[in-house]
Design a protein around this ligand. Sequence first.
Ligand code: PEP
Length: 251
Amino acid sequence: MRVRTPLVVGNWKMNGLKASAAELGRMIEGYGPELRWKVQMAVCPPATLIQTFCVAALGSRIWIGAQDCNADVSGAYTGDISAEMIADCGGGLVIVGHSERRTKYAESDAQARAKAEAARRAGLVSVLCIGETEAERLAGEAIAVIDSQLAGSVPDGATGSNLVLAYEPVWAIGTGLTPSNADIAEVHAHIRQRLVARFGREGEKIRILYGGSVKPANASEILGIADVDGALVGGASLKAADFLAIASVYA
Ligand code: PEP
């Protein structure tokens, strides 16, 4: 029996308009009882669609979340939304520390950690992203980078019910490239060992997703690797058929 329920999260990034609710509708239709028992599914649309999607997904068990949040409850942060606002819309989770936020907006480990703490304060689950760049992997520094991100961005008091980790090698995001199965296995086993060293038995309950060019064609291979508890999916989560095909690996 699995210790952790598999989770497949879709990150829609800056894609989607109100009409995209139809795509969510197809996901809801395809997320039947045979799948619901086996795998939890979540969709993180742009902030403009969170409320619409939450209403559309009511009763479907598809979890709706956000792609980022500010660490404060409210205040003078033009353009930002807080974890409380996401919860107020009905959202249940939020992605924090995504590599696109870390590189394009220079977000630090400390900020990712503060956002994960804000998510917990608001009753949300955070999906905290970590992963090395191509240069770091080529330099043999992947594990050291992961260690430093884990130390800097995972909050104290993390549990299997308030935190999900996503290992996303930066060079695999949106590129069609993926690490070898052995490399994914090595990093996931390492993260698991670090979580257990820090959180004891609770560290066994924190799910570790893999993210980076997961598609229907490679999902079964990647999701079958030890300590891979699901996937964070970008491009392939925009189409219900592809997203459901990935989740159906668990059916
Ligand atoms: C992501 O944005 O987190 C991601 C994994 O994207 P993609 O699946 O498109 O590589």
